[in-house]
Design a protein around this ligand. Sequence first.
Ligand code: COA
Length: 178
Amino acid sequence: MILKKYKIFDKTIILRYPRSSDAQDLMNLINSLVKEGADIAKSKPVTIQEEKLWLKDTITSIKNKEKIIILAEMDSVCVGSCEVTKDTYDVSRHVGTLGIGIIKQARGIGIGTTLIKTTLDEAKKKLGLELVKLYVFDSNNIGRSIYVELGFKEIGRIPKGVYHNKKYKDDIIMAKTL
Ligand SMILES: CC(C)(COP(=O)(O)OP(=O)(O)OC[C@H]1O[C@@H](n2cnc3c(N)ncnc32)[C@H](O)[C@@H]1OP(=O)(O)O)[C@@H](O)C(=O)NCCC(=O)NCCS
């Protein structure tokens, strides 16, 4: 299902829900972030088998209203994805956790901002969430500034909470009321 279609310069951007044929593109996306050493929670490449399995489970979770994942396509190539997963604890079913990644070549032209806004709208409408949290490394200045711009507030920090690219980094927790 397509949620948004618009142009940036001569490029056509489409924001849509995933389908099972997206496994290869999504594997390329995550592996390009891993290879770059981007400030994300994954540091090892994934295989096509792992990605296909993950995507199958993800599509089921979307149907069961446990998760939202929206992909960004630029001229028919998947260049980014954003997801919000509903908490599984009884006491925090109104809370979700957000993650996002855009390939390097498609950054800085507003796709990340539009993708997060669209995913949050869907998370509120379809999952009934009231609060979204996220984790961001303290080294991720671009990520942190975009989250602040979108209304997330830093509500906690786990000192040396991650070991990434051979360094300990603080893991910052941010949250936003929907
Ligand atoms: C964080 C990320 C999703 C942002 O996506 P994006 O599409 O590049 O973001 P946008 O183009 O919407 O930019 C939004 C704001 O970010 C900032 N920004 C983006 N690129 C920037 C750059 N190269 N230098 C400085 N600021 C930048 C700007 O403040 C921009 O606001 P502006 O519109 O006033 O210029 C993207 O950089 C990314 O995927 N990074 C790697 C993975 C990652 O860090 N994920 C988040 C893990 S918590």
